[in-house]
Write a protein that binds this ligand. Structure first.
Ligand SMILES: NC(=O)c1ccc[n+]([C@@H]2O[C@H](COP(=O)([O-])OP(=O)(O)OC[C@H]3O[C@@H](n4cnc5c(N)ncnc54)[C@H](OP(=O)(O)O)[C@@H]3O)[C@@H](O)[C@H]2O)c1
Length: 299
């Protein structure tokens, strides 16, 4: 079994590596040696020819694509680069996986939705992205479904954070220690995703009979932690756990404009992934505590 994981230096890529290297949960018929982790230095996704060359020399059974262009605001200025990584690369990986008869797991985002629904989004709801980043992510999903109608799986995640890289939790911890008060958005609702939980779910899926043994039509699944919160509530909980005395002032998206517009409510319904792959989903507070415990140990 050869399993390729792209984006090895990103939040999700590092979270998968953490589990694979330290855990026995990867399954009886899999070993850490089955996994090949690649970063930009091993496989430059901005070059179509470098991708072709890499896969001409390397064959896989499963490809897990954790690489992406994830700078939501900067994508407004760099739409072409974002499109290359989030759309055209995904299309190319889909064709390669089909040719190699590999299965492919690709990660997308809750931001494919416009956030105007008052109900949790289902996988069957119609996307309507409202910024450049999300348009490229949706284009990637659609291209993958076209070039790889069988054996690919798209997981839409939301508000990803981890002990790695830059994310909301780490930014709040830093700013909260430096300042007496902070303004945080209250009118964008959703659910955070602890990258370790998503990594766990992916590793569960690739062990699952329904993924491994059966040819399936390409499917989309939603995944995040349980619960519905605003960024404001998220920040308050981070400070509460860390006992940081910093006032969190609620502000609206209108009071805090950003280059890229963000959707108002992107809570996703996760019943499908729970039912099909028997995935257990933790509440956002317990996962936040788990991440912050690790961050504390690292200090
Ligand atoms: N972050 C979020 O809040 C969020 C929310 C919903 C969904 N998602 C999705 O979840 C997935 C994982 O996100 P993440 O937060 O783990 O992302 P991340 O931390 O930004 O990691 C993305 C990785 O992709 C790599 N990459 C970018 N351009 C590349 C290129 N040209 N060649 C090779 N590698 C390249 C980056 O490499 P370098 O380290 O060298 O730059 C980085 O390690 C993505 O598909 C993202 O769209 C993220």
């Amino acid at each position: 079994m050869r399993i390729l994981v792209t984006g090895k230096n990103g939040q999700l890529g590092r979270s998968i590596q953490k589990i694979v290297n330290t855990d026995t949960k990867i399954g009886n018929n899999q070993s850490p040696n089955d996994f090949i982790f690649v970063g930009r230095e091993d496989l430059d996704l901005s070059s179509e020819t470098s991708i072709s060359r890499y896969f001409n020399n390397n064959k896989f059974d499963i490809i897990i694509n954790c690489a992406a262009y994830t700078q939501v605001d900067r994508a407004e200025q760099e739409a072409e680069l974002a499109n290359q990584i989030n759309h055209l690369v995904v299309k190319q990986l889909g064709s390669i996986a089909s040719n190699q008869r590999a299965k492919l797991i690709h990660i997308s985002t809750d931001y494919v939705f416009d956030g105007e629904s008052n109900k949790p989004y289902l996988e069957t709801d119609t996307p309507n992205p409202i910024n450049a980043y999300s348009r490229t992510k949706l284009a990637g999903e659609k291209a993958l479904q076209t070039v790889m109608p069988m054996n690919a799986l798209v997981i839409r995640a939301s508000w990803l954070y981890s002990e790695y890289g830059n994310n909301f939790v780490k930014t709040m911890l830093k700013l909260g220690k430096e300042r007496d008060e902070l303004n945080v958005i209250i009118d964008q609702m959703g659910s955070p995703t602890y990258a370790t939980d998503l990594a766990d779910a992916i590793l569960e899926i690739i062990k699952h009979k329904k993924f491994r043994d059966v040819a399936q039509t390409t499917q989309i699944y939603h995944y995040s932690n349980e619960g519905e919160i605003s960024w404001h509530e998220f920040a308050k909980e981070i400070f509460k756990i860390e006992k940081i005395e910093c006032e969190v002032n609620p502000v609206t998206s209108q009071q805090y404009p950003t280059p890229a517009k963000r959707p108002r409510n992107t809570l996703m319904n996760k019943d499908k992934i729970v039912k099909v792959f028997n995935i257990k989903i933790s509440n956002w507070k317990s996962s936040l505590n788990a991440c912050m415990t690790i961050l504390k140990q690292k200090q």
